[in-house]
Design a protein around this ligand. Structure first.
Ligand SMILES: Nc1ncnc2c1ncn2[C@@H]1O[C@H](COP(=O)(O)OP(=O)(O)OP(=O)(O)O)[C@@H](O)[C@H]1O
Length: 450
């Protein structure tokens, strides 16, 4: 939607009025010659930009009427960009106007070209700020599920499913690539369910060495092994009454899978070195980026455990599959991190938004958040630019040339497939639906590395 650009010229000299009225192409120009008619015009036409002569009747040689008009315009519509005109002798008045919220000032006699540039920039900044406010409103209006930000139908389907299964005490398995927000969704599921007042305990099964995972989950009695100085409860016990989130469940070794299965069947645990069966009531939510069906098929994951864990399976789309979410999330992260990282930053420039929309985000939301945080730190002015984001191949405008557009699409698909297949060439080729030699040729010609 392109909004009409309305410029209000507040000027009491009829000759200058005429000159200014005709000087501007592409704007709807409205003219007023005193404070009262200027305020009427602001109400009626809602101009985005106003040029305001400070010397208005009944005080044409002073600035009192102009400054009053400025204050009234900004009280009525604070987002209006007001550019004040000052005579050579009225520099102080111009500075008072800036202190009073004017956006810029210019000196009389008027240089139409110079003023034209100031006016054009004021419209541009007004449009940027309006766009940022619009995006912020959308982000704020996003669903409450665990602070999740999304406006895409693909992701809203996921949040609806989660909200629907939250009240039922069923196990849920979240399947999605790294950084898609699995932990955030697991927490959202917990918060939306009847166990919300009890603990939510998360454990990343891939981040803990195999030898320690069992004691982390089940706990141990004093003296159970060297270094077991005191009896310690495991994560399962810690989650009693609440939710246990087993992240990267595909990384649990087979021996421990057996122990987990026993717990899920009997709902009691025994600490390592202990003899007492301790009843524990937890809801299990698990997640993995791996292909569990394939793992079950080649017996790397126990089928009986899979069915216990996956009463409901929720597939989480990658960020690239969520239409419009990348820009929305980027805006959200700017607002979330600007205060601590670089308070001068207020938003994203249009070329940054275009670059974000054009990138494939193989590392999903986590990659986006990291990029945006870095760009906030790098930004020089009020807006994060495409250059600050430093995304490969997206610093320039989107290519219109078909060969360049194809290359970009190829690169994006290959990078994503490589990330999904953990750099495995056969897996990547299978995901892309091409042969290994073709993939090697493409990697070579695009200078990409597995
Ligand atoms: N839709 C979203 N709205 C807001 N923040 C999000 C969203 N999705 C993810 N995040 C944020 O992105 C980061 C990564 O999300 P999270 O840790 O939940 O991903 P994950 O899929 O569990 O990743 P991994 O598999 O690598 O552990 C977190 O800081 C999270 O708060």
């Amino acid at each position: 939607m392109t909004e009409t650009k309305t410029l209000l010229v507040v000027e009491d000299d009829p000759g200058l009025q005429r000159q200014l009225r005709w000087a501007y192409d592409g704007y709807d120009v409205v003219v007023a010659s005193d404070r009262v008619s200027a305020i009427d015009a602001v109400r009626a036409s809602e101009p985005q930009v106003v040029t305001l002569d400070l010397g208005l009747p009944p005080d044409p040689d002073g600035a009192s009427e102009g400054l009053r008009a400025l204050a009234e315009i900004l009280a009525l519509k604070p987002d209006t960009k007001v550019i004040v005109a000052s005579g050579n002798s009225a520099r102080e008045a111009a500075l008072a106007a800036i202190a009073g919220g004017a956006w810029d000032f210019y000196s009389k006699p008027i240089d139409i070209d110079a003023l034209g540039l100031i006016v054009a920039r004021a419209f541009h900044v007004h449009a940027l700020e309006a766009e940022n406010r619009r995006l912020a409103a959308r982000a704020d209006a996003g669903p409450a599920l665990g602070g999740l930000v999304t406006a895409s139908p693909e992701m809203q389907r996921v949040t609806r499913t989660i909200e629907r299964v939250a009240p039922a005490d069923v196990s849920v398995m979240l399947l999605g690539a790294s950084g898609t927000g699995k932990e955030l969704l697991a927490r959202g599921l917990h918060d939306a369910g009847p166990r919300r007042a009890r603990p939510f305990v998360a454990i990343n099964c891939a981040a803990i060495p195999e030898t320690l995972l069992e004691s982390e989950l089940f706990g141990y009695e004093k003296g159970a092994f060297t270094g077991a100085g005191k009896t310690t409860a495991g994560k399962i016990e810690a989650a009693d009454g609440g939710t246990l989130f087993l992240d990267e469940i595909g990384d649990v070794p087979l021996a421990l899978q057996v122990k987990l299965l026993r717990f899920l069947q009997e709902r009691v645990i025994e600490r390592i070195g202990g003899r007492r069966a301790i009843p524990v009531d937890v809801r299990i939510v698990s997640a993995t980026h791996q292909d569990v069906d394939a793992m079950v098929a080649d017996t790397r994951f126990r089928e009986d455990l899979y069915y216990r864990l996956a009463e409901i399976v929720v597939r989480i789309p990658t960020l690239a599959e969520r239409s419009g979410d990348a820009a929305l999330l980027a805006r959200h992260f700017v607002q979330q991190h600007r205060q601590t990282l670089n308070p001068a930053v207020q938003g994203l420039s249009p070329d940054a938004v275009a670059a974000i929309d054009g990138w494939g985000w193989p590392g999903n939301v986590r990659e986006l958040e990291n990029r945006v945080k870095r760009a906030i730190i790098m930004a020089d002015g009020k807006y994060v630019t495409a250059a600050d984001l430093d995304l490969p191949g997206t610093a320039q405008a989107l290519p219109i040339n078909l060969r360049a557009a194809r290359e970009r699409a190829d690169r994006c698909a290959i990078t994503r497939a490589l990330a999904q297949a953990d750099g495995n060439i056969s897996g990547t080729a299978r995901l892309l639906g091409i042969s290994r030699p073709t993939l090697y040729d493409l990697l070579k010609s695009y200078d990409l590395h597995a």
